[in-house]
Design a protein around this ligand. Structure first.
Ligand code: DX5
Ligand code: ZN
Length: 224
């Protein structure tokens, strides 16, 4: 997968909530291609964030990015169509959030969105064993979902290379995304191991040189 383009996906959870449009435009101008939108329901995770209206607002401003919606919600099947209708390009549900994973993945595929599944730090990649051919994205959580700004859990990063090997053996097409504590110190090894979508919140929006400084620091680490 060496020719796979690397996508930086800033997590808007870490942006200034009073200025999402501005944050989105600055990310894209700095070289990002995806925008990551963390949907939390106060049930699957202990926090509450955005609904379809935010996706709709970004889409209607003609933000030219892949809108990557990460659904950290119980009963994800209820939210697939509303987020797709709002303009989501990629929909990622949690494997732990449904007992009917295959069915919900089929539901996502039927909408035409990119079909993603996320796995929590404690969840083994084996839960995906029988759904590999349905997936466009596997999102490896490198923190426990619910909050930005947490410390990267290095021990779970090995799932990236395990997934890359499994993909190769089976000729699957999914891309590997990493989410949580992603910063300039770890992006390079994550990409070397097989990740090609890098979700980053605090390391972009909390950078001392602003959004542009955060994006540049990540891009520079990838080059070196
Ligand atoms: C955590 C979210 C992440 C989060 C990442 O539940 O899924 O997308 O915003 O934020 P950082 O990069 O600050 O860990
Ligand atoms: Zn996320």
């Amino acid at each position: 997968m060496h020719n796979t383009p690397i996508e930086l996906a800033p997590s808007l959870l870490a942006a200034d909530f009073s200025a999402f449009g501005d944050a989105a435009r600055r990310c894209l101008a700095a070289g990002c291609t995806w925008l990551h939108i963390d949907v939390m329901d106060g049930h699957f995770v202990p926090n509450l964030t955005f609904g379809p209206p935010l996706v709709k607002a970004l889409r209607s401003r003609e933000v030219d990015a892949v809108l990557d919606v990460h659904l950290m919600v119980s009963e994800p099947e209820k939210w697939i169509q509303p987020f797709r209708d709002a303009g989501a390009d990629a929909l990622t549900i949690h494997a732990e959030a449904t007992i009917h994973l295959h069915r919900v993945l089929q539901q996502i595929r039927a909408t035409g969105a990119l079909c993603g599944v996320a796995i929590n730090p404690a969840t083994p990649i084996s839960v995906l064993e029988h759904v590999g051919d349905l997936l466009d994205i596997v999102l490896v959580m490198t923190v426990n979902p619910g909050f930005g700004g947490q410390k990267f859990i290095g021990a779970v990063a090995e799932k990236v290379s395990l997934l890359a090997d499994w993909r190769e053996e089976n000729q699957f097409r999914f891309r590997i995304s990493v989410d949580g504590g992603v910063d300039a110190s770890n992006v390079r090894s994550l990409v070397t191991d097989g990740a090609s979508i890098l979700v980053a919140g605090s390391s972009i929006f909390g950078h001392e040189d602003g959004i542009e400084g955060g994006v540049n620091a990540l891009l520079k680490s990838l080059e070196s």
